[in-house]
Design a protein around this ligand. Structure first.
Ligand code: SF4
Ligand code: SF4
Ligand code: SF4
Length: 231
């Protein structure tokens, strides 16, 4: 089994709901919580976030668009973070492929963070240990939850339904089918770490149609502008 996320770059609107839901769930999780915040009300707040959304402007006006790129641990098949960890704290579960960190074995040496090409590892300064996306391992196997809720918090929160969760080893899973039908790809797969998470490509930017603005009637400029503002 190869559990992972499939993220649709065509429908992601970059709202950060997935990141907030992730922080909320994992902050109170026994697996990885609490997740520290540093100077949350200061000029430069920061903290531990497992899922971060990057925003890029691609193309050139008028053939441009914003691309929103949510990124978390890719649960790589050949995970560099696992290879370099000197204490065995980082490990990949053979039964489902989830990459986890044993908080009791981690000494916060940062080696895994330097090795991860996706910037997925977050050193929690309060605990002195490394943390990262757990694929919500404490949700997806929780038999107390209704079956439809046994999914990662980020998937359940996404208002655009841009996130899917499933077994990417099973060709019949909805996640695998979406990857097949939409030409899904692993981010920076040329590096050879075999990321399990997959992205569905965004459509090319559509040119913005050029329109001439209506001219204000002579002598009525102020009224015209006021009317435009009220709209
Ligand atoms: S920070 Fe922790 S998980 Fe990462 S390499 Fe060091 S001991 Fe291993
Ligand atoms: S799977 Fe869970 S831990 Fe990973 S990014 Fe989504 S909400 Fe966060
Ligand atoms: S919640 Fe969905 S739409 Fe919003 S940033 Fe995350 S993936 Fe994109």
């Amino acid at each position: 089994m190869k559990l992972g996320l499939v993220i649709d770059l065509d429908t992601c609107v970059g709202c950060h709901a997935c990141a907030v839901a992730c922080k909320e769930w994992n902050g109170s999780s026994a697996v990885s919580g609490p997740l520290s915040d540093y100077e949350p009300y200061g000029a430069e707040p920061s903290g531990v976030w497992f899922n971060r959304i990057r925003h890029y402007e691609i193309g050139e006006y008028p053939d441009n668009k914003t691309l929103n790129l949510p990124m978390s641990c890719m649960h790589c098949e050949d995970a560099a973070c696992v290879t370099v960890c000197p204490t065995g704290a980082s490990y990949k579960r053979p039964e489902d492929g989830i990459v986890l960190i044993d908080q009791d074995k981690c000494m916060g040496c940062n080696l895994c963070s330097w090795a991860c090409p996706y910037g997925a590892r977050e050193l929690d300064r309060s605990s002195g240990t490394m943390k990262k996306c757990t694929l919500c391992v404490d949700r997806i196997y929780d038999l107390e939850l209704p079956v439809e809720e046994r999914q990662p918090a980020c998937v359940l929160a996404c208002p655009a339904h841009a996130r899917m969760f499933g077994d990417l080893d099973d060709p019949d899973s909805a996640a695998s089918q979406a990857v097949r039908e939409r030409g899904g790809f692993g981010l920076m797969s040329e590096l050879g770490y075999k990321p399990v998470n997959q992205y569905l490509p965004a459509r090319k930017p559509r040119p913005i149609p050029v329109q001439t603005s209506p001219s204000p009637p002579p002598g009525r400029t102020r009224t015209f502008i006021n009317r435009m503002i009220k709209r």
